[in-house]
Design a protein around this ligand. Structure first.
Ligand SMILES: CC(C)(COP(=O)(O)OP(=O)(O)OC[C@H]1O[C@@H](n2cnc3c(N)ncnc32)[C@H](O)[C@@H]1OP(=O)(O)O)[C@@H](O)C(=O)NCCC(=O)NCCS
Length: 144
């Protein structure tokens, strides 16, 4: 395995395939294109070129930032890739700050993923009103 973390969007087909492999709801090509073209910060993880994971941040470079599409395809899960993606993304956000500045990072966690995000310091703020994908979501928040 020769993993590379690359701060560049996946292709449309790669994004759709990763979503499919983790059973995220299908999105139209138009929405997928907006996602991959407009993220504030987006990282893919590649194994010999094959796209095996991704993470992206929505932001305008201001106070509120939102991490979403945290995906590691099933055959690569439980090897620490998700943890590295999270640390790398938060390190990037931290690196954008000037002395004395603070930001808040939000994400929505599926119920069973809540311990995964708590390890990075995210606080569970309760069940979200959103029921997208027919799931229960927790709103999670980290300030630094
Ligand atoms: C959530 C997700 C991104 C985590 O990615 P991951 O690469 O599997 O995450 P990690 O390997 O860093 O950690 C996951 C687990 O593997 C364990 N692990 C990490 N390295 C390991 C290793 N070398 N050997 C064995 N286990 C390991 C971790 O302890 C962790 O255990 P936990 O599940 O009890 O917390 C991934 O499961 C995923 O894409 N799921 C489907 C999509 C999804 O639900 N995304 C999040 C939406 S909220």
């Amino acid at each position: 395995m020769a993993l590379e973390f690359i701060d560049k969007a996946p292709t449309l087909e790669e994004y759709k395939e990763m979503r499919r492999l983790v059973n995220f709801m299908p999105l139209s090509d138009r929405i997928c294109r907006n996602v991959i073209n407009n993220a504030f910060h987006i990282t893919t993880v590649r194994d010999n070129g094959k796209c095996v994971g991704m993470i992206r941040v929505l932001s305008e470079g201001g106070y509120a930032n939102f991490i979403t599409d945290v995906i590691v395809i099933p055959e690569y899960q439980h090897q620490g890739i998700g943890k590295q993606m999270m640390h790398r993304t938060m390190d990037y956000l931290y690196s954008t700050l000037e002395p004395g500045e603070k930001i808040v990072v939000y994400l929505m966690s599926a119920k069973e993923r809540e311990p995964f995000y708590r390890q990075f310091g995210y606080r569970n703020e309760g069940v979200s009103g959103s029921e997208h994908g027919g799931a229960v979501w927790y709103e999670m928040r980290l300030t630094f």
